[in-house]
Design a protein. Structure first.
Length: 220
């Protein structure tokens, strides 16, 4: 949490201000603000058939389970646009990350003039991943429509994708899921419901709030 940080450097403030000022801008569908993060999900197979829910009784499942590997979830959310995209992958390599961002830019937001992408500092979340996978020239052309906004180190709380992942976990993936196809179908259904309802995230923490609450930790 931000309150555990003893010293906030000039670089930290610069990145924090950049993200907070981005969040404060009026909604512009031609320049969507898209927050992106990823989460690992452990697949757990049932060892005994669960008991279905009955009137007045919840469904029951045995405490034993069988581990069935893990999958990665890429989650992108446009807080003011009320739109999100969730993709399940077997790994979370540079190639997987690049492919997901290509999907966002070329399909989900194909009509956008520029996409503002909010990211944390995972080693794959940088321009070099695109250059390595796509080549320098192709990466430069592709990235001309994207602007990266990295949260400060140890401050991923500034990325609203974490809020959306928390909702995803509470409403969908927090339960026992046994295989990849089930994970895909359940996250797809969840995504569709949230998009149909145009569920937004209301961000209230401003630059002024940051200065008020954190100024005593600022260092030059």
């Amino acid at each position: 949490m931000m309150w555990c940080i003893g010293r906030i450097t000039a670089e930290y403030r610069e990145r924090m201000y950049d993200v907070l000022e981005l969040y404060a801008k009026p909604y512009d569908p031609t320049e969507p603000v898209v927050c992106l993060d990823e989460k690992s999900k452990q697949l757990l197979e049932q060892t005994r058939r669960p008991l279905p829910a009955l009137p007045g009784q919840i469904a029951k499942e045995d405490y034993e389970y069988k581990r069935a590997g893990t999958r990665n979830l890429f989650v992108a959310v446009e807080p003011k646009g009320g739109h999100r995209e969730v993709t399940v992958t077997r790994r979370r390599t540079k190639a997987d990350f690049v492919a997901f961002v290509q999907f966002l830019a070329l399909e989900a937001y194909a009509q956008a003039r520029k996409i503002h992408l909010v990211l944390d500092n995972l080693n794959t979340h940088f321009r070099t991943s695109f250059e390595e996978i796509m080549g320098l020239e192709a990466a430069a052309t592709f990235l001309s429509r994207l602007e990266f906004h990295h949260t400060p180190k140890h401050a991923s709380w500034l990325n609203m994708a974490e809020i959306e992942i928390g909702i995803l976990d509470r409403q969908c993936t927090g339960r026992r899921i046994g295989d990849e196809e089930q994970l895909r179908s359940q996250t797809r259904a969840w995504e569709q419901r949230r998009n149909q309802d145009r569920c937004q995230i209301e961000w209230k923490f401003t630059r002024q709030d940051a200065d008020l609450k954190l100024a005593r930790h600022y260092v030059m």
